[in-house]
Design a protein around this ligand. Structure first.
Ligand code: FEO
Length: 387
């Protein structure tokens, strides 16, 4: 395993997780990488680490450039285990290395590993570390997406080591965005934001404000490709996403038992189509909840349907409602719908969840048994008149 040179005396020494498909519930259909960077300067510096089961890969890449015992500094931007798993082993190999970490990182890391808080050098926003020919500046970015997150900026290189921010779960042998499909890279960045960063929009805005005075031409995140072509574009996307700016787009998300709820779903879609909205029909039988969240990131209308089963929603709908509520999308308009035989509780459960998410809601659509043609036309007209 070789290090990959990304700048003069700066190497990528991370690990590629080709087989990863489940990142705590997020379908990572293209795998992922855990990026680690090695800066060769008067002080040899390692920035971020990798998952524990890929530690040997990272160490082998480091060894292709230097003896790990020569590392002077380790910057641990984030303590989540996909970036800190190999730290204990690295520390054994680089016994004299000083580890730099945020205050919350120093508090948290002894709760993950058999390491003591005193082993860490705590840094705060604005602190600078001189490596010789280069300087590193630390900027705390709490809750993007853990309390301990920080980013590290190399002034002379105009290079931001952004850790989770601007990342994508994407395994590839390519390291830069201009070497890979721009559409796939942006799609995976969008999915990453929707499924990991979305609850922390306000904190993202604070972080963007802190970064706006820096001259950044390259962003090296801890997952996926390094942004050197679409750097401004991904920053603009983060701005839009963090402000909950949406498009004229409607999601119709549903599951069905005997096709009645599905029929209602298509009648609702007709209303949006007639008003020239972009629509997505998202059956929970065929779409992963994390892919639906990607679509939801820029959708204004969120319509969710379930028939009533045992006085409740279908389990697939329940899982989606739980997942969506946790990711706290804001400023959307919701619509609950479904068919029922008796009781009809599913529609109220969905409507209440949409309200609890803080969405404006349209009057729910609740149809007993099978909707006939006239009823479906009425549904289309009713929804259309509300747009
Ligand atoms: Fe990629 Fe928050 O870890």
């Amino acid at each position: 395993m070789q290090a990959i040179k990304i700048r003069e005396n700066i190497y990528w020494v991370g690990a590629i997780d080709w087989d990863l498909r489940n990142f705590h519930g997020y379908l990572t259909q293209r795998g992922s990488t855990y990026n680690s960077y090695l800066v060769l300067d008067d002080k040899i510096t390692l920035i971020d680490n990798v998952k524990d089961y890929l530690a040997e890969e990272q160490i082998s890449r480091i060894k292709s450039v230097i003896d790990p015992s020569k590392i002077d500094y380790i910057i641990q931007n984030h303590i989540e285990m996909d970036h800190s798993g190999s730290l204990p082993l690295l520390k054994q190999l680089s016994r004299d290395a000083k580890i730099f970490i945020s205050p919350k990182g120093a508090e948290g890391i002894p709760k993950h590993f058999n390491m003591k808080e005193e082993e860490f050098n705590v840094v705060k926003s604005g602190d600078v570390l001189n490596l010789g020919n280069r300087t590193l500046q630390f900027i705390l970015t709490p809750m993007v997406h853990w309390p301990d997150n920080m980013v590290t900026y190399c002034t002379e290189e105009h290079l931001l080591f952004s850790n989770d921010a601007f990342g994508q779960h994407l395994a590839s042998s390519e390291r830069f965005d201009d070497e890979f499909s721009a559409d796939i890279t942006m799609e995976e960045a969008k999915k990453y934001y929707a499924n990991i960063v979305m609850p922390y929009g306000r904190q993202v805005q604070k972080a963007l404000l802190a970064l706006q005075n820096l001259e950044v031409d390259t962003i090296a995140p801890s997952h996926g490709l390094i942004w050197r072509k679409d750097t401004s574009k991904i920053i603009q996307k983060y701005k839009k996403w963090s402000e909950n700016k949406v498009d004229d787009k409607a999601l119709i998300i549903y599951d069905t038992m005997w096709q009645s709820t599905k029929t209602i779903a298509y009648a609702i879609q007709d209303a949006f189509n007639e008003k020239n909205y972009t629509t997505r029909m998202l059956s929970l039988q065929y779409n992963h909840i994390s892919d639906i969240m990607t679509e939801l990131l820029n959708a204004k209308y969120i319509c969710i349907g379930s028939p009533t089963l045992n006085s409740n929603v279908l389990p697939s709908v329940s899982a989606f409602l739980t997942y969506m509520k946790g990711l706290s999308p804001q400023s959307r308009i919701g619509l609950a719908f479904g068919s029922y035989g008796w009781g009809g509780q599913s529609i109220d459960i969905i409507d209440n969840t949409l309200k609890n998410c803080g969405f404006e809601t349209m009057d729910p659509i609740k149809i007993q048994y099978r909707p006939d043609k006239e009823t479906l036309e009425e549904i289309t007209t009713r929804v259309k008149n509300n747009l």
